[in-house]
Design a protein around this ligand. Sequence first.
Ligand SMILES: O=C(O)c1ccccc1N[C@@H]1O[C@H](COP(=O)(O)O)[C@@H](O)[C@H]1O
Length: 221
Amino acid sequence: MKRTRVKICGFTEENDIYEAVKIGIDAIGIVFYEKSKRFVDINKAIKLRKEIPIFVNCVALFVNATKDFIMKVQDKVCPDILQFHGDIESQQFCESFHQKFIRAIRIGSDHLNSTEQIYLECKKYNNASGILFDSYTNNYGGSGKIFQHDLIKNLDKKINCPIILSGGINHDNLETAIKNIQPWAIDVSSGVESSCGIKSKNKMKDLISKLYHIDINNSRL
Ligand SMILES: O=C(O)c1ccccc1N[C@@H]1O[C@H](COP(=O)(O)O)[C@@H](O)[C@H]1O
C-alpha cells in the first residue's frame, strides 16, 4: 500500500503537537513569518521543538526571511527541513543552508497559471527535496484556499521530485484531491483548526483516518 505522508503546519501549542504525534502525523510545521497569525518566536519554537520526537520531522517555514534569521533558527531550533514559502528565494539561496528544503510554488498568480509556467518554475528548484503546491494569496499561505488541481496533474513524473499538495485541503475535499493528484504528501493548516493556530484533535484524527481509507482503496485499484 502506498501511504500518503502528512504534514500539519502552523502549530502554536505544545499539546497540539503531542496529539498530532500520537495519531501518526509525519511532519510538524512551525511558522517563522511574523505577519502570520501562526507565527511563533524562537523561544516558543524551542519549546514546541521539544515535543517533536525522533522519526517525526520538524519543518521550519519562512517567507522571504533573511539568511541571518534562518541560520539563527537552524542553530537554536534544529529543524529537520526548511520550507521556503516566499517569492524571492532563489535555488541558490535555498541551497545555501546545506539542509533539505521544500520549495513552495504558489499557483494562481499572473505568472503561474498554466501547467507550462508551473513546470518551468519547478525546474528552477531541481535540488529541492520536495515541491509544495499552494494557492496564491497576498498573505502567502495558511489561507484555506484551494487552487485548480488539474494544472499540476502528472507534473510529478516530469519534475522527478516528491510533490506535496497543499492549499485548502480538508476532510471534505481530501478524497478527490488524492485521487486526482496522488501526491507524495499533503500539507494542511486551516483545515484541521478550531481557531487560527489552534489545531483540533478531532479534525486531525478524522483527516488521518479518512486518508488511511483512501490509501487502502487506491492500492486495491
Ligand atoms: O500557516 C500559515 O500561517 C502560513 C503563513 C505564510 C505562509 C505559509 C503558511 N502556511 C502554509 O500554507 C499552506 C496552506 O495552508 P491551508 O491548509 O490552506 O490553511 C500550507 O502549506 C502551510 O504550510
